[in-house]
Design a protein around this ligand. Structure first.
Ligand code: CO
Length: 134
């Protein structure tokens, strides 16, 4: 079911500082910041040769990463995103196996304009998993 790692996401308290750190200290190529109100985050992508790192900052009052940052005030790894070729088939297979899909179970359009879903971290060893159809 799983293809390559599309990105690893890190929640950060200050996106400008985190972006500057990746760009200037680590010497990585970074994207422009992109506000995703539907997901409650602003994102910057760090472009690496083999994958991307997604820096996430809360956007709005009901950001899904606000509670995470309360527990991890200096930031932390938030989720890992795997590619799938058919997100609805993957969802149905996972649900049949007892995994919990977050939200209403329907894919949303993610930061790359592709359908995404999130799986409950308690079902996958404490790691929030994002699936992205490519
Ligand atoms: Co993501």
């Amino acid at each position: 079911m799983l293809g390559r790692v599309n990105h690893i996401a890190i929640a950060v308290p200050d996106l400008a500082t985190a972006t500057a750190s990746y760009r200037d200290t680590l010497g990585a190529k970074v994207s422009q910041a992109q506000a995703l109100p539907e997901h409650g985050v602003t994102v910057v992508f760090v472009e690496l040769e083999n994958t991307k790192v997604e820096l996430l900052e809360p956007l709005g009052d009901a950001s899904p990463i606000a509670a995470f940052l309360e527990k991890n005030p200096s930031g932390g790894m938030h989720h890992i995103c795997y590619e799938v070729t058919d997100i609805l088939a993957a969802r149905d297979q996972l649900k049949a196996g007892g995994a919990r899909v977050l939200g209403n179970g329907d894919p949303k359009i993610g930061a790359h304009g592709k359908p995404v879903l999130f799986l409950h971290p308690q079902d996958f060893f404490g790691t929030l998993i994002e699936l992205e159809q490519v």
